[in-house]
Design a protein around this ligand. Structure first.
Ligand SMILES: Cc1ncc(COP(=O)(O)O)c(C=O)c1O
Length: 400
């Protein structure tokens, strides 16, 4: 496969025009959308001139609902099933707490031992607060057999943050339901990158992150999905005035808002939610199926080129079959940290996950096949010359 093949793939790409919505520095192969998405062009706000009036005049008060409206088609949900706000960690606490209340006679929260640390910490914190819960963490392949009649909630991350391996979400949801458990998905590495279809999966609750593939900006708000069938009974463990049916009546009696709106707790994060609203405009008319197809094409191109050019110097840790991974490919290398720093120095931005992974995210909206080609050229050159082994590339920084 050569660069001309990649140019031809880009010429056929139905999402090619979307790249123009992003302010990407020239000459950079940005393959880290799985950590922080690129910046969309327009981020404006009404703070300086409108001041407090902007809650009404600029519609700040409806921002989370407007963002939910834009998000819904990307995750196969209806807008009133989505609440926007908080970090993914806090949203997960609310989702797990509410899910657990649907199964009060069971006492286990089941998850993957390899889940993202925050997910396990949040569940541990909930268990510690409630006192009658335990967290059971098993290898991903053992989730099904661990689903016994003690499990109240199965929570899992659809795309593994290290390997990029992707669960069969519909099948695992079915297994959870067959065992009488409630299913909660973490879609941090899925939303905006691959096909997410919460209705088809029959998911109960889910959370997702907007600063990765949705390009909402650093610290952009998370979202929480609550399936319509549970709306009348779901009770968020963190209640707040913005989740009340009528916040500006200042009623101290809890009357939850309709739908997932009850999971909004306090004043919306206007600055970051406004940036997210702008970022989501770039997804207008983009179906999850289109994202999925582009992610598969980009990751397959990367795997092919690494096989061809990197001569066994790195090992693929992501699944070989495109359908079994997200929009991410991870490679194992004994000095993965230094290799990642050397790549960044040469304009190829991925990231490192300990102990030995270099991780590349392929955001379908703005990464091109030629970027993949150029990135592998740099990687192959670094490996062939050993240039990654310079002392400065071994110096550790806080964020990897
Ligand atoms: C699977 C997963 N869940 C959650 C988070 C982070 O959540 P928060 O937005 O609370 O930092 C990450 C961050 O990378 C993640 O990979």
């Amino acid at each position: 496969m050569d660069r001309a093949d990649c140019t031809a793939l880009d010429a056929d790409d139905p999402l090619a025009g979307r790249r123009a919505a992003f302010a990407l520095p020239a000459g950079l192969c940005y393959l880290d959308g799985n950590s922080l998405g690129a910046q969309p062009h327009v981020v404006e706000h009404e703070w300086r001139e409108g001041l407090i009036r902007s809650w009404n005049d600029a519609g700040w008060v409806d921002l989370p609902a407007r963002v939910a409206q834009r998000l819904a088609p990307l995750v196969g949900a209806d807008a009133d099933e989505i609440a926007v706000g908080d970090s993914t960690s806090v949203a997960l606490f609310k989702a797990l707490g509410a899910a657990r209340r649907l199964r009060p006679d069971r006492h286990v929260l089941l998850t993957e031992a390899t889940n993202f640390p925050t997910d396990v910490h949040v569940a541990g914190g909930l268990a510690a607060a409630l006192g009658d819960l335990e967290v059971r963490a098993v290898e991903p392949a053992r989730l099904r057999e661990a689903l016994d009649d003690e499990v109240a909630v199965l929570f899992a991350t659809e795309v593994d943050y290290r390997s990029g391996a992707r669960h069969d979400a519909a099948a695992l949801t079915r297994a959870a339901h067959d065992a009488g458990a409630v299913m909660v998905w973490d879609l941090a590495h899925s939303t905006g990158a691959i096909e997410v279809d919460l209705h088809r999966w029959d998911a109960d609750l889910a959370v997702g992150c907007s600063y990765k593939y949705l390009n909402g900006g650093p610290g952009a708000p998370a979202y929480l999905y609550a399936a319509r069938r549970w709306h009348e009974v779901l009770d968020p463990p963190v209640r707040g005035w913005f989740g009340h049916a009528a916040p500006f009546t200042f009623d101290v009696v809890w009357q939850p808002a309709a739908g997932a709106g009850r999971f909004v707790t306090g004043t919306p994060h206007v600055l970051s939610t406004a940036a997210l609203e702008t970022a989501l405009e770039a997804f207008e008319g983009v179906t999850p199926a289109l994202l999925d197809a582009k992610a598969r094409s980009l990751t397959a191109t990367f795997v092919t080129l690494v096989d061809e050019r990197c001569g066994g110097e790195v090992a693929l840790t992501s699944p070989r079959q495109a359908a079994a991974r997200g929009a991410q490919v991870s490679l194992r290398h004994a000095s993965a940290y230094a290799l990642t720093q050397a790549l960044i120095d040469r304009g190829v931005i991925g990231d490192h996950r300990p102990p030995d992974l270099v991780r590349f995210g392929f955001a379908p909206l703005y990464v091109r096949h030629v970027d993949v080609f150029d990135a592998v050229e740099v990687l192959a050159d670094l490996l062939a010359t050993g240039d990654w082994d310079r002392p400065e590339f071994h110096r550790r920084q806080t964020v990897t």
